[in-house]
Design a protein around this ligand. Structure first.
Ligand SMILES: [Fe+2]
Length: 283
């Protein structure tokens, strides 16, 4: 009897371990960022979605849309690879329609959208759904009486596909030159986290990225990501919040789902960022 109990407990623990390891339902990941640029009673909530790759969560994208709505965002940020290499754009369009009217939506491209060879149609679809596309540009808005600049940059693949012969990094610096004088909290949307050293030249307070899919495989407390594109094995920016002094970088592990490439201890995530005022911090 004692032996049977031991076997049952072992099987039970193994089942729990495997369930947790391969759990692939959507989760909400929350971050809080303090800034001296906002008053104590001011806050801004951004919901960050990255790397959908056209996947569909529930009928008509209802699961994902509902989860976004429940967070009551002030801004929705789409950080690239929302569409994918292959048409159709069904999953993307369902998401865009579902979040219309919830909050202002901003989008930057990812590499996969360029690899589709149909970037124009993808951007037309996104624009048609009331989304502001940021391509080396920015928007200044007021949320809860707080001034916020939301800027964004095209994926570096844009340069290769447009064949303009321009240097992406130079273009980035030119686009946001002088932004430092603007009295506002400044957020940059940029798909690829590994280019953080470039983003640091732009005088931003917060950078939001995706692209890594969380490094695909994680081991709680031991390994934050096994492999990520453009960073390789044991990527330094696989997912999470990174403090660079005056700049905070948040990397979403994305909402990608591919049954052929399982995510381990790494469920798809809807990221919620609360920017909160704290006048004790030097702006
Ligand atoms: Fe990507």
């Amino acid at each position: 009897m004692h032996k049977h109990l031991k076997i049952a407990v072992t099987i039970g623990l193994l089942a729990v371990f495997l369930y947790c390891a391969f759990y692939n339902g959507l989760v909400v990941r929350k971050y809080s960022v303090n800034t001296g640029k906002l008053n104590e009673d001011q806050s801004i909530r951004i919901v960050l979605i990255a790397d959908l790759h056209n996947h569909i969560y529930g009928p008509g994208q209802s699961e994902l849309v509902q989860l976004i709505k429940e967070q009551e965002p002030d801004i929705i940020a789409l950080a690239g690879d929302i569409a994918d290499i292959q048409a159709p754009l069904t999953g993307t369009e369902m998401l865009l329609k579902g979040i219309q009217g919830v909050a202002p939506v901003y989008y930057v491209s990812g590499n996969h959208e360029y690899w589709s060879n149909d970037i124009r149609q993808i951007k037309d679809t996104i624009r048609k759904n009331g989304v502001t596309i940021l391509e080396g540009s920015y928007d200044k808005i007021s949320i809860n009486n707080a001034a916020i600049i939301i800027a964004g940059v095209d994926d570096p693949e844009a340069v290769r596909y447009k064949k303009r012969g321009t240097n992406w990094e130079e273009g980035f610096c030119r686009a946001f030159n002088g932004l430092g004088e603007e009295p506002a909290y400044k957020v940059l949307l940029a798909h690829r986290p590994e280019l953080i050293e470039v983003y640091k030249q732009g005088d931003f307070d917060l950078v939001l990225s995706g692209h890594t899919h969380g490094g695909q495989v994680r081991i709680p407390f031991i390994l934050n990501g096994l492999y990520a594109p453009n960073q390789g094995w044991f990527p330094p920016y696989a997912g999470g919040m990174y403090d660079h002094g005056s700049l905070i970088h948040i990397v979403s592990r994305g909402v990608s789902f591919n049954p052929l490439l399982p995510r381990i201890f790494n469920p798809p995530e809807v990221v919620v960022i609360d920017i909160e005022g704290d006048r004790s911090i030097q702006p």
